[in-house]
Write a protein that binds this ligand. Sequence first.
Ligand code: ATP
Length: 403
Amino acid sequence: MKIGIFGGTFSPPHLGHLAAARAAIEALELDKLLIVPAAVPPHKELPQGTPAPEHRLAMSEKMADALLMPGTAEVSTIELERPGKSYTADTLAALRKQYPDARMWLLMGTDMFSTFHQWHDPSSILAQAGLCAFGRSERDDKALFAALAEELEETLPEAKITVITLPELVEISSTELRELLAKGEGGDFLLPAVYGYILMNGLYGTHADLKHLDIPELRACSYSMVMQKRVRHIRGTEEEAVRLARRWGADETMARRAGILHDCTKYLELEEQLALCGKYGVELDELERRAVKLLHSKTGACIARYVFGEPDEVFNAIFWHTTAKENMTALEKILYVADYMEPNRTFEGVERLRELAYSDLDAALLLGVTTTIQEMKDRNLPVHRSTLRAQAWLREHGVTTEG
Ligand code: ATP
């Protein structure tokens, strides 16, 4: 088993870190990548105002999630949990016990590689792991690495060194980024989920007004609340909702914002969903209280309204996007249908739904609702009364799935 160990302060983790992690996984053919945020870095002071370790941990987890290798790229809390300075030698000794047969590689950028001989107990590090070094900027070329490697081999001949070239260089440091963030800039150097996390928690002197966010910031906040694998669907729903709004003369901006936020509470546990419903005074029936899938639309609507200041139209579209109901507004129908047939959906019959969505929105809604009812029946699950009412109401008003 080949394990890469990527240590750092990660305050915050940025696209440079992500590019290095991706390149190392590929070049070293790693089976596992451990991202290890340091508690107290031995070689640099944590600057004043450094977010609490749990924030650095949460942001590092978003970076691991973005590598889309569940179980392969993960964050290790080994240093955050160990008191005192976070010496890599201690970390590797502990990891060796956990993975006695693994081949370990320590990943590091130019700054770390060029000072490696000054680290605490380099020999014991090299007894456990090889060094995988990479450049951080155009200046860090092959000649520089050859010279650095030669120097290191002279003092530490046991060093096993692999130099890799990053296919995409992202010339940024966390220090520079913190300065940019405090000025309201820097989002482009961050994963949207990390950027959204920073904005939502007001880290690094950001003072975003969450109730008046522009679209990129709203997306970032939404993505910070979900797993990376859901982002494609959310983006697909956003774009589909905008196309449908254009087709049916609804408000495109509201459709976009509703699409962006519609699944923002999708990953909350039942307990958290119930707590939010309690907080925002959402009344629940017996079925809703135990069906976490039915709750995310209600709590998502509340977050849209109370955290992001969205208007009633957006609140209602999100509120009804799972169950539907009788007599829906155009925006409510649009979000329901967009969520059902956005380009990433692949179920049998989706093409028919896509055709109907642009020729007869009510027929598309009825087809969606009827498909859901059938699916629930097939799986022996209870159908929510609002969904049944939606179906009955549409039929009473002469709608058919023929369009
Ligand atoms: P700071 O500016 O706070 O010192 P940093 O940007 O150097 O932070 P760290 O968390 O200290 O980030 O770095 C962790 C590891 O990532 C180090 O090995 C570092 O060399 C590497 N690294 C940092 N930035 C980049 C980058 N832009 N491209 C490639 N590697 C990077």
